[in-house]
Design a protein around this ligand. Structure first.
Ligand code: BG6
Ligand code: MG
Length: 221
């Protein structure tokens, strides 16, 4: 592979919004009388809003009508939007900005590949919209990760062949989506949780372009 495109998941990779998703879902679970833990929350990462609600309802063994589900998903999103509307550039995760700047200076195309329909608001709040050549998000795709649609779409938008793209992901479903797209995948987070990725780092501050090239080469050999 040649490293020509880098596609970044947003929540938990570029910005620390995973905590806000958790707080909003936790509040909803409490309201519904469902015991919901941080371990349960791992299953929600990378998963669409409605699928996340389904997982919580499954944990609580609760059946709701589709109108009720829509109502609760909307309520959770209102709480979540309340958090993210107050985000500042300080909440960009360590190393993200530097890596993006380095990649772009080297002529590598950058894109977001996120399930979130709140992607535009977050990028705008933290002021990094201009660091991406394209944004593929939950507003542009219909199939949730682990389906590869969002990453294929991102590659298409930046005009790079999927085999020449690296994906950065913090969610198990997202890593599977990247692998399903035929892309090289770097997990961002815990190596135990993200074992399916080609390589795992704790944060983007652990990588630069030279390191990416070494990781990829070592993997092939
Ligand atoms: C993903 C998050 O990026 O976006 C999930 O990891 C979230 O936790 C999903 O459910 C959808 O986000 P939103 O903002 O459209 O509700
Ligand atoms: Mg994520």
């Amino acid at each position: 592979m040649r490293i020509l495109g880098c596609i970044f998941d947003l929540d938990g990779v570029i910005v620390d919004t995973a905590k806000y998703h958790y707080l909003a879902w936790k509040r909803l679970a409490d309201q519904l009388g469902i015991h919901f833990t941080t371990e349960d929350n791992e299953r929600l990462k990378g998963v669409s809003r409605m699928d996340s609600l389904e997982i919580i309802l499954e944990i609580g063994q609760l059946n709701l009508s589709s109108d009720q589900k829509n109502e609760y998903a909307t309520l959770k999103n209102e709480w979540y939007v309340n958090f993210i509307s107050r985000m500042t550039p300080d909440e960009i995760l360590k190393g993200s900005r530097e890596l993006l700047q380095e990649l772009r200076a080297a002529g590598i195309r950058t894109a977001i590949g996120s399930a979130s329909r709140n992607t535009p608001m977050i990028l705008e709040r933290v002021g990094i919209l201009d660091l991406f050549d394209a944004v593929a998000d939950g507003n542009k795709v219909s199939k949730a990760k682990p389906d590869p649609e969002v990453f294929i779409k991102a590659a298409e938008l930046i005009g790079i062949d999927p085999v020449d793209c690296i994906v950065f992901e913090d969610a198990i479903a997202g890593i599977q989506a990247a692998l399903n797209a035929g892309m090289f995948c770097i997990g961002v987070g815990s190596a135990n949780v993200l074992a399916e990725a080609h390589f795992v780092v704790k944060g983007l501050n652990e990588v630069n372009l030279e390191k990416l090239r070494t990781i990829e080469k070592d993997f092939r050999s």
